[in-house]
Design a protein. Structure first.
Length: 197
């Protein structure tokens, strides 16, 4: 190996030091390796959950009834905000017509799912296992006049994976509607969830 002398600003000759050069090369290599490792460990995006539910709502108390909605009561979209938590808006609209009259019911919810399930594979918390879901929302109707009520509730459910991006989902919940006429109901849901990844 041949080392060439360098001249500094004072005009003195300075020999390069192989140990300094090796330290610099080692530092640059370590930095490159660290950056590569960080990019390799970057978290993969969590899957969005698209779902549809059939449902039965059983009213409790005076002047209550039962509503059965098959094949679909509502459509939902789950946005994961952490490995175990998803934010889930949900909407359902029913329109009844006959004899020139139209009656529309609507329901909107915002739920926060906390997944207690397994972490056997990426996104598994959202795909399988037990979850709890507190929710808030609004429910109402329109038939020339309109009325609406707020609702507050909580549910517990279980997701069963069917194939890699499809799970079945079952839930039982309790809700309280408040407004002009307070009421309570028990809800039973059975649905399918499709995951984008």
């Amino acid at each position: 190996m041949v080392w060439v002398s360098q001249v500094n600003a004072a005009g003195r000759s300075r020999k390069p030091k192989p140990k300094e050069a090796m330290k610099k090369i080692t530092a640059v290599a370590a930095l490159a390796l660290f950056a590569t490792a960080l990019s390799a460990q970057a978290p993969t995006p969590r899957p969005i959950e698209l779902g549809i539910d059939a449902g039965v709502d059983i009213g409790l108390g005076d002047n209550s009834g039962t509503v059965i909605s098959i094949p679909a009561q509502s459509f939902r979209v789950g946005f994961p905000i952490s490995p175990r938590v998803s934010l889930e808006p949900k909407i359902g609209i029913n329109i009844f017509t006959g004899d020139g009259d139209t009656f529309t019911t609507y329901r909107g919810e915002l739920g926060l799912l906390y997944h207690l399930g397994s972490d056997r594979y990426p996104g598994a918390y959202q795909r399988a296992g037990l979850y709890v879901r507190p929710f808030i929302g609004i429910v109402g109707f329109a038939d020339g006049d309109s009325d609406s009520a707020g609702l507050l509730g909580a549910g517990v459910g279980y997701k069963f994976p069917i194939v890699s991006r499809l799970s079945s989902r079952f839930e039982a919940n309790f809700e309280h509607q408040f407004g002009d006429g307070d009421s309570n109901a028990i809800g039973l849901l059975a649905g399918l969830s499709f995951f984008t990844r």
